[in-house]
Write a protein that binds this ligand. Structure first.
Ligand SMILES: Nc1ncnc2c1ncn2[C@@H]1O[C@H](COP(=O)(O)OP(=O)(O)O)[C@@H](O)[C@H]1O
Ligand SMILES: [Mg+2]
Length: 151
């Protein structure tokens, strides 16, 4: 794994640029609020790009007729947290702990491999990931990564 100093919002911008025109055609709005003061991280940019893409695709699949996805970054205590929020159907609380398991899927054509891979990538960066149902609708996938300590 090639780790270099990276800025999470630069990786997210690439994700959004890659998806935006197709997403718009299919009825998705991709909004983002990037905080000015988030720390730089030490990361393999390509791996994080793949992880973020998996989450964004899940968000779109949760809203088959289109909808809004919001990507936010928040800096706190030498970490940066990225929130991916959608307005889809959310996840039944009975299965919410199972979504990380390889091959777990609720989709007819799903592989169930996305979130397992995402979790591995985030943990390889000494990060954490959680998924919670939002109050109103949809889920919030939150990824927290440590600041680059220059080691
Ligand atoms: N944004 C989301 N909204 C609702 N459910 C989700 C979302 N992201 C993941 N899930 C649930 O987690 C399961 C596993 O996701 P994933 O590992 O990416 O596999 P797949 O997308 O192939 O089903 C999905 O089948 C779905 O039930
Ligand atoms: Mg998936």
């Amino acid at each position: 794994m090639q780790s270099l100093e990276n800025r999470v919002e630069e990786i997210l911008r690439k994700n959004i640029d890659y998806l935006s025109s197709e997403a718009e055609k299919k009825g998705y709005t991709l909004d983002h609020y990037f905080s000015e003061d988030v720390p730089a991280i030490m990361a393999d940019g390509d791996m994080l790009y793949q992880a973020f893409l998996n989450i964004l695709i899940n968000a779109m699949q949760s809203m088959p007729d289109g909808g809004r996805i919001e990507v936010d970054t928040v800096g706190k205590d030498n970490t940066v947290t990225v929130h991916f929020k959608d307005n889809g159907g959310g996840i039944d609380e009975e299965i919410i702990d199972k979504v990380w398991a390889p091959f777990f899927t609720t989709k007819e054509q799903g592989t169930g491999l996305g979130l397992g891979i995402v979790k591995n990538i985030i943990e390889a960066h000494a990060g954490r990931i959680k998924i919670v149902n939002r109050d109103d609708q949809g889920v919030d996938v939150a990824i927290t990564l440590p600041e680059n300590q220059g080691l």
